[in-house]
Design a binder for this molecule. Structure first.
Ligand SMILES: [Zn+2]
Length: 296
């Protein structure tokens, strides 16, 4: 992406200096990946097998995360230290965030909705969130309770190495997807989804969540189509969109399930297949219009 001297958003918190508190100061180790996910996702039967990649917390599952007592000894009382955030990563993420603010302010104004910005909360290892304890193994997520996006930028390394989806637009897609959940929050879609899920079966609830996730992917594409540098030119460079498509493909439920459990269980999908995610991103990007993103 080419943002030039695009403004950096000031809507962020940098908690990376507190890094990994609560687990004896030693971070989370290799066993972190599965230990918390069941708490997040148990209502939908994911069983901790599938990583909650660029997800959001269902309001109904937040209580379990925060109050269930499943994460012993977690406190956010560690003394503040120096930020461990890479300056280039920070600058890029905040330029992306700043650009989403401008794009969504204009896009939502057309629908009569006033855009209020989300806050990008950088952390390292683990941190308190309005939705309970955030842990980097969960992947980035949006918390509707405090309207914050929680991001451990180590996820970008994971995306590049483990998921084989490198590139700056792959990273921008992750942030824009979470901003998409914030947009859903502002337009009432997240609330509607929660109401639906309260009376749905587990499989139906998962299907509703898939719709939410695919719409957030589509919104990420809509933003990309509208992303501009200060000169008013598209911030997208050749190859950027393909980077996003590789990321969308890598984190599809079917692909992840094949990798982690060797088989695919469609009823347990929460984010959509690789093909669906790629299609959603593409639909948003091609149209540049949120109305092209199917709603609930
Ligand atoms: Zn999501």
């Amino acid at each position: 992406m080419r943002f030039g001297d695009q403004r950096e958003s000031t809507n962020y918190t940098d908690d990376t200096g507190r890094g990994g508190m609560g687990f004896g100061g030693g971070g989370f180790g290799g066993g972190g990946l599965g230990c918390l996910l069941p708490l997040v996702a148990s209502r939908f039967g994911i069983g901790g097998v599938v990583v909650l990649v660029i997800g959001y917390f269902l309001l109904s599952s937040i209580g379990g995360l925060g109050g269930g007592g499943g994460v012993p000894g977690v406190q956010s009382s560690a003394p503040a230290g120096h930020s461990t955030l890479d300056p280039n990563t920070k600058r890029f993420a905040l330029q992306v965030l700043g650009d989403t603010e401008e794009a969504w302010t204009a896009l939502l104004a057309k629908q009569g909705v006033r855009y209020t910005p989300t806050n990008l909360h950088f952390y390292s290892g683990g941190d308190q969130s309005g939705c309970g304890f955030a842990q980097s193994a969960m992947g980035p997520f949006y918390c509707p309770k405090d309207s914050n996006i929680y991001l451990d930028t180590d996820f970008f390394n994971e995306l590049s190495q483990k998921y084989q989806a490198p590139g700056d637009f792959a990273e921008a897609y992750v942030i824009a997807h979470e901003v998409g959940h914030h947009v859903q929050d502002l337009t009432g879609t997240l609330g509607k989804a929660e109401q639906l899920q309260a009376r749905e079966s587990e499989a139906e609830g998962n299907a509703t969540q898939v719709k939410i996730e695919l719409q957030a992917d589509c919104y990420a594409g809509v933003w990309a189509a509208n992303a501009k540098n200060p000169q008013g030119q598209s911030a997208m460079e050749p190859g950027d969109f393909e980077e996003g498509m590789r990321a969308a493909e890598a984190i599809g439920d079917d692909t992840l399930q094949k990798q982690t459990q060797g088989r695919v269980v469609p009823d347990s999908f929460t984010h959509g297949t690789s093909a669906q995610r790629m299609n959603a991103l593409q639909t948003g990007f091609k149209s540049g219009n949120p109305e092209a993103c199917a709603s609930l």
